[in-house]
Design a protein around this ligand. Structure first.
Ligand code: ZN
Length: 433
């Protein structure tokens, strides 16, 4: 089978934003990831784009106008004048005000949106944006290090062309913002695998949150306990995803690949290896339907970069041709002492997920999915894959029109990237973490 056509979005500035000293979310991980992708030569196998930057108008497809205007106006210098707004929009501690906050959101959201547009137009089979996947952001407020929910905005774009979009989330945290946005509709099924219990953030995502009204049975949650390893994870991930695919028959998939589900994550408590995490990506890719791949959480910077680099290779069918020994790159010292792509994971937590517990979850999700067959709201088997929805009859968004016209201008020629030891172009972008 031919390898999929992969469109990869990377904004050279996105890794230079700082949430502030000591904050676990470090956009710098995106620079490390991209550096590995380049030095493994993976950029030669895909189309690399400098992404579109989302406008406030694009963001207001999901978010309230007053919240987005607040994000546009707030700076660390004027924060004193906004004390009331800060608590209203949940901005302050977990979601701090930092320099360029709106610009940052605009870059990661634009990349997700452009990925969705490329998929809609069949310009690629897979679109990748490691800077996206900020699944906690809500319509009216920030949450869990997320300000703008690029995933919801990307899915709204996909719904112009796709009758049924499946969202799969393998971040260790529940994909609450995306679930909430589509809780009442059968056009999007959300499926989240996450740690649940003992007040683990965000506290939602038990297996009885199943959606409501037309969306009843279209939210699927797999609440896990700490310490889950590769084998146990696959034992639940595979059958549940297969079941969901069979019952829902999506025409497009959005996969959030939060890397805080890896072992040794600074905030997480699972024991997945990069290979185990990548196996989920492999399985989803093998369905061969349009796929939007996004990042998400991930707080041990070196492991996030390893994971998303490996997963880029999986999407390109190149995982067997890249070496475990990392190529020379300007961030090499981050990967000491082993300098390998697949370091050993030492399980810090006992695996509390028993076979009985997982069998129980599987059974409940299966019972819920069986109800879909009787759902009157969607004729699952009669819808052709590229059916246009009514939304699409409206005039296209003017921002998008310009954006489409310019799109070829923004393709990055491969020679813009350095590919050797002697090229030091990006040295001045290196930051302390
Ligand atoms: Zn997370």
């Amino acid at each position: 089978m031919a390898s999929p056509k992969v469109a990869y979005f990377y904004d050279p500035q996105v890794g230079n934003f700082h949430y502030g000293p000591g904050h676990p979310m470090k956009p710098h991980r995106l620079s490390l990831t991209h550096s590995l992708v380049l030095h493994y030569g993976l950029y030669k196998k895909m189309m690399v784009y400098r992404p579109y930057r989302a406008s406030a108008h694009d963001m207001c497809r999901f978010h309230s106008r007053d919240y987005i205007e607040f994000l546009q106006r707030i700076t660390p210098q004027n924060v004193q004048g906004f004390t009331k707004c800060l608590s209203m929009y949940n901005v302050g501690d977990d979601c701090p005000v930092f320099d360029g906050i709106f610009d940052f959101c605009s870059r990661y959201t634009g990349a997700t949106l452009e990925g969705a547009i490329k998929l809609n137009n069949n310009h690629c089979d897979v679109a990748v944006n490691w800077s996206g996947g900020l699944h906690h952001a809500k319509k009216f407020e920030a949450s869990g290090f997320c300000y703008v929910n690029d995933i919801v905005i990307g899915i709204l774009e996909l719904l112009k062309y796709h009758p049924r979009v499946l969202y799969i989330d393998i971040d260790i945290h529940h994909g609450d913002g995306v679930q909430e946005a589509f809780y009442l509709t059968d056009r999007v099924m959300t499926l989240s695998f996450h740690k649940y219990g003992n007040f683990f953030f965000p506290g939602t995502g038990d297996m009885f949150e199943i959606g409501a009204e037309s969306g009843r049975y279209y939210s699927v949650n797999v609440p896990l306990k700490e310490g889950i390893d590769d084998q146990t994870y696959m034992n639940i991930f595979k059958p549940v995803v297969q079941n969901v695919m069979q019952f829902y028959q999506p025409t497009c998939i959005v996969l959030q690949c939060g890397a805080d589900s890896l072992g040794n994550d600074r905030l997480g408590c699972f024991s997945l290896t990069t290979k185990g995490h990548g196996e989920c990506v492999q399985m989803v890719k093998d369905f061969n339907i349009p796929l939007l791949v996004l990042g998400g959480g991930g707080y041990t910077v070196r492991n996030v970069a390893r994971c998303w680099t490996y997963e880029t290779s999986v999407l390109l069918d190149e995982q067997n041709s890249i070496s475990n020994e990392l190529p020379y790159n300007e961030y090499l010292e981050y990967f000491a002492p082993d300098f390998s792509l697949h370091p050993e994971v030492t399980a810090k937590y006992e695996n509390l997920n028993t076979k009985q517990y997982l069998d129980y979850i599987r059974q409940i999700t299966h019972e819920n999915l069986k109800n879909l067959q009787h759902a009157p709201s969607v004729q699952m088997h009669d819808v052709p894959p590229d059916l246009l929805s009514l939304e699409n009859i409206e005039d296209p968004d003017p921002d998008m029109k310009n954006h489409q016209n310019d799109e070829d201008m923004r393709i990055e020629p491969a020679n813009e990237f350095y590919d050797g030891d002697r090229d030091n172009d990006k040295e001045n972008e290196m930051l302390d973490v």
